[in-house]
Write a protein that binds this ligand. Sequence first.
Ligand code: MF3
Ligand code: CO
Length: 261
Amino acid sequence: MAPVLKTTEELQLMREAGRIVAVAHEAMRLAIAPGVSTKALDAIALNVLRDHGAEPCFLGYAPGEHPPYPATITASVNNELVHGIPSESRILEEGDIIGLDVACLYRGFVGDAAFTHPVGAVSRSARRLMEATKAALQAAIAASILGNRISDVAKATAKSAARAGYSVAREYTGHGVGRDMHEEPQVPNWWSGKKSQIQWQDYELEVGMTYAIEPMLIAGRSDLLELEDGWTVVTKDGSLTAHFEHTVAITADGPLILTLP
Ligand code: MF3
Ligand code: CO
């Protein structure tokens, strides 16, 4: 199925959903400190969403073999790449880095964004990884222009990550966003051009296309493991990871980031 193109009016609604996601992120960012549990951050995000009349998209989400996702956000600390389940017993410590992901549904449309934050003072290597992941996202956004294809966006991410000396997660990709949290196209963070990647259609970018770009960078090897909770994804070698995500729209005037405050 081809990506669903959105009208200008629909983009305005998606901008609203994206803005609410950004407000939730800002509230969580301000609460991050040593001693705070990831569950406390989840409660903050849920409150912001409800205050704005929006619903969390992750709560109850149960694709494939996964048990229903039990929270509003995912909170992935250090070697946890994505999908960390918030918990009262997961207490942030000085030096951690925490990836927070939240999506909401507002008036029929979804906004989806993720950021990785330091907890207090963090190592130089952690800071560098976060900066590189943010830069990879910016490179992918900059490549989201008419005349380009999804593969150009993927290559921009991959090139940026490789230049900084990091690997990318291959098993997880960005995705179209709209009335559904996951639509066409898939937006990978790498591109081989080989047959193995043919399941990801290389669409030409068009006005009204909306997708989430979400680079996940890894300081060590890119082999991943899913924990027994059925969700949390960690690096096999325990190396540090960072994740940033924005929902963007393709317009005639260039990429429009929908998940800004
Ligand atoms: N941003 C992620 C995604 O687009 C978040 C999914 S978390 C889940 O797939 F909990 F909902 F799975
Ligand atoms: Co996403």
